[in-house]
Write a protein that binds this ligand. Structure first.
Ligand code: SF4
Ligand code: SF4
Length: 180
């Protein structure tokens, strides 16, 4: 049959020479390659002590944003869950009660909101779909863990702290949202 790549080699059953049979040339050849790489600048980094700089369009762990007054933006409309191709988002909607106006911006809010980080493919479609600017992907990395259950992130991990806001200006300045 005609060769497609011209890279095929005929396998030969010829007897090995004495030098080949003691494998020393092959060992030295392997060692020389190892030594050559040992003195090169490493292409890997010592993560997590060192971290690479991410591109502005990098999409990492989500954040549920609050408004300027510290109220949760999310109104539990479910559009992010519908847009999610990985079916990673689930939520429960609840009605805001009297006296809770300082907690939730809208009359309806998410009493629970969960993202399964093992299902998520970090496509950003939830962010695109959200009409309330409530969910954003950030440049934060989802921490590793040995337990699968711990990757279902609830509001305790997703909603930003009132006193420790998550900066999403880089995400907003990628041009997608008209540099708001
Ligand atoms: S980033 Fe994509 S896969 Fe992940 S939760 Fe959002 S829509 Fe779903
Ligand atoms: S994050 Fe946005 S799209 Fe998702 S439920 Fe809340 S308001 Fe709706």
């Amino acid at each position: 049959m005609e060769s497609l790549s011209n890279r095929k080699k005929e396998v030969s059953n010829k007897e090995m020479t004495f030098l080949e049979s003691i494998y020393l040339p092959a060992v030295f050849s392997g060692m020389s390659k190892t030594l050559k790489h040992a003195f090169r600048k490493p292409v890997t980094i010592r993560y997590p002590d060192e971290q690479r700089e991410f591109a502005p369009v990098y999409r990492g762990m989500h954040v549920l944003k609050r408004d300027e007054q510290g109220r949760e933006n999310c109104t539990a409309c479910g559009l992010c869950a519908v847009a999610c191709p990985a079916e990673a988002i689930t939520m429960t909607a609840a009605e805001r009660k009297k006296g809770e106006e300082h907690l939730y911006r809208e009359e309806k809010y998410a009493s629970s909101y969960e993202i399964n980080m093992l299902r998520c493919i970090f496509c950003g479609l939830c962010e695109e779909a959200c009409p309330k600017e409530a969910v954003f992907l950030t440049d934060r990395i989802v921490p590793t863990n040995f337990e699968r259950d711990t990757f279902v992130y609830g509001k305790d991990k997703l909603v930003e702290d009132v006193d420790n806001r998550v900066d999403i200006t880089k995400r907003q300045n990628t041009g997608k949202r008209g540099n708001k």
